[in-house]
Each structure stands twice: as C-alpha cells, then as structure tokens.
Design a protein around this ligand. Structure first.
Ligand SMILES: Cc1cc2nc3c(=O)[nH]c(=O)nc-3n(C[C@H](O)[C@H](O)[C@H](O)COP(=O)(O)O)c2cc1C
Length: 326
C-alpha cells in the first residue's frame, strides 16, 4: 500500500482531506470521506440547520455530530478549532475545544486568522497531544515557518482560487504551494481550486504531499448542501463568478444577493456594510444549505467549471487519486 507522511501522520489511505466548510459539513459527509480512505472534517455548525447564539448549545451540538460520525465510521476524522478571536466573548472556541477533548478527538483542523496568537495556541495544543493540521486564512511563508516551529504536524497552503472566505493576498495555488513547501520541512496540503485528478497530480509536483478540498466535495451526494446549490455549481461558469469584500472577501455564483453585494463593493461600500448585508456567515446557510440563492451566497472555487457531475465521495476520491504517485 502506498504511504507518505500525510497518510502516516493521519493514519489514512489517501492524502485527501475534505475541507472544513461552515454549515455544509456533517457526520454523513465526513464519514463518507473517511470511509473512502481520505479524511473528513466537521466544520462550524456541522450537521445543523438552525443558528444558535448560545456557546454551550453550539458545543453540545458539535458533541452530538461527533458521536454521530463515530457511529458512521471507525476511521480517523477531524474537527475544526477556531483560534479564539476578539469577537468571541462567549467562549465559543474554548467550549467546542472542551467537547473535542471529552470526545477523545485527536485530529484538529486549526484555523488561524493572523491575530498574532497562533504560535502559542498551536504550541499548547501540541503539548496536549493533538495532531494539528494548521490552516492560515491568509497564508504566508513567515506564518508557515512560525507554525512549524510551534509544532504543527501538517500545514495547509491555500491559494486564492479557493471557495470560502478569501485570503487577503491574491496569491494563486500554483504560487503559494511551492513557496510554503520550499520553506518548511513538515508536509504541506495544497488547497484552492483542486477539483480533479490533474489538480491532485499538479499539487504533488508543486511540493504538496496531499490535498485539502472543499468545493469538489460540495458537489457530492453526501454533502448536506441543497440540491439547488449543487446544481448551480454544475451550471455556473468561472467567468460568471462575482467577488466582493466583506469580512473577509468572498466569491459567489451570480444571483440576487451576491450581485447586490458585488455592486455595493463596486460603489464603494465598506466591508463592514457589505458584511452586515450578507448576514455574516448566514450567507452560506441561506444560499448553500437552504438553496435560497436570492438571499444567500453560493461560495465556490474558481474551478467550478471543471466540475461536471455530482458523485459519491468514494467516486470523487477514486477519480482524484487515480495513478497519483505518493
Ligand atoms: C462554502 C464554504 C465554506 C467554508 N467555510 C470555512 C470555514 O468555516 N472554516 C475554514 O477554515 N474554511 C472554510 N472554507 C474554506 C475551506 O476550508 C477550504 O480552504 C477551501 O474550500 C479550499 O478550496 P476549494 O473550495 O477550491 O477546494 C469554506 C469553503 C467553502 C467552499
């Protein structure tokens, strides 16, 4: 059986990790990816359909989803941990982390947002014994070196081609992956615009030892995103996509709300104003989970035009990994 450092560290068959995605991950999605030999991740609001502003309730909901995932797979999976940020006055991050500890989860997807506290957090989590896959929202060579020194196990290099909140620097995946892979010794996962076998092979040639994929798994049978959102991905062209700065910037297929946000941006609205109108991350819940494209956004990668079908996670992973040397 093939192995590389990523599959060895995570104890999985293929170095394919399903990305954390707000609202549209679930026990079923993560378990399907893990059962197919990759590794699934439970992201924020995994398996949920309603918003709670109660941090205890948020953490208990995550406990429920973790337990459900354990029922569906005996393979490794991970849970996202947000490094605490100033707006988190209710302690959402720390309460979710406590549940992660209590449920015996070893693999953490740690998201850093360039606040300056990342290295210390990673060091503490590592001392607790977690396996840490670290993703900086705004990846740089300096941050990757800093986090490697703090003890992370794997670093994700995310290019601007990604779906989700966009990095502040418009550095494409072709550039950020080799920049970071050259600068650190621990393994790198490539992220951003990887949707097929060619993307995986290219990532490996660029110096990655695995891939971290969001948008392609949205167009999977097991993803809890609405069929409307999935069909919209199959229909949209890359050149149709609109970007607008909120907090951070986003890219969406063009519909009523996303076009309004794009126009606000073009007409000089501030990121705070645009963010407020979008309803913060609720834009994904409405657009992607509920399929309400008029009142939400469909946040996707630049590479959507290459996605032709909605497949099972197993079929997607088999296609991604066909003849990949690792
Ligand atoms: C709908 C959507 C929601 C996302 N939400 C999050 C999130 O909550 N936390 C996070 O760390 N990354 C989030 N991301 C980014 C992904 O983790 C990942 O970096 C990205 O999907 C990789 O690029 P790709 O979509 O081209 O595969 C999201 C991505 C998408 C498409």
């Amino acid at each position: 059986m093939n192995q590389n450092r990523v599959t060895e560290i995570l104890n999985i068959k293929y170095p394919v990790i399903q990305a954390s995605m707000s609202w549209i991950t679930s026990a079923e999605l993560a378990a399907a990816v893990s059962n197919a030999g990759g590794m699934g991740i439970l992201g924020p609001n995994a398996g949920q359909t309603t918003l709670t502003i109660d941090s205890v309730e948020t953490a208990e909901r995550m406990r429920h989803e973790i337990r459900k995932t354990k029922e569906l797979t005996d393979k490794p999976f991970a849970v996202q941990y947000f490094i605490p940020f100033p707006g988190d006055t209710q302690g959402f991050s720390s309460r979710v982390l406590q549940v992660i500890r209590e449920e015996g989860i070893k693999n953490l997807l740690v998201l850093g947002m360039s606040l300056g506290n990342e290295a210390e957090e990673v060091r503490n989590l590592k001392n607790e014994g977690f396996t840490i896959i670290y993703r900086d929202l705004n990846p740089t060579v300096e941050s990757a070196m800093n986090i490697e020194a703090a003890g992370a196990d794997i670093i994700i290099a995310t290019g601007y081609d990604e779906g989700g909140g966009l990095p502040v620097h418009a550095i494409g995946t072709m550039t950020i992956v080799p920049l970071i892979a050259d600068a650190i010794d621990i393994p790198v996962l490539a992220a951003g615009g990887i949707v097929d076998n060619r993307g995986v092979k290219a990532s490996m040639i660029l110096g990655a030892e695995g891939v971290y994929i969001g948008t392609r798994f949205v167009a999977s049978k097991e993803c809890p995103a609405s069929d409307i959102s999935k069909q919209d991905i199959l229909n949209a062209k890359t050149t149709d996509l609109v970007e607008f700065k909120a907090m951070p910037a986003w890219r969406s297929t063009p519909h009523k709300l996303s076009l309004e946000l794009y126009n606000m941006d073009q007409n000089g609205a501030s990121s705070e104003e645009i963010n407020k109108r979008m309803g913060s991350i609720g834009g994904i819940r409405a657009g992607m989970l509920e399929g309400n494209l008029d009142n939400g956004i469909n946040s996707v990668s630049n590479a959507i035009e290459l996605i032709k079908d909605i497949n099972s996670c197993k079929e997607i992973i088999e296609e991604l990994m066909r003849d990949v040397a690792y």
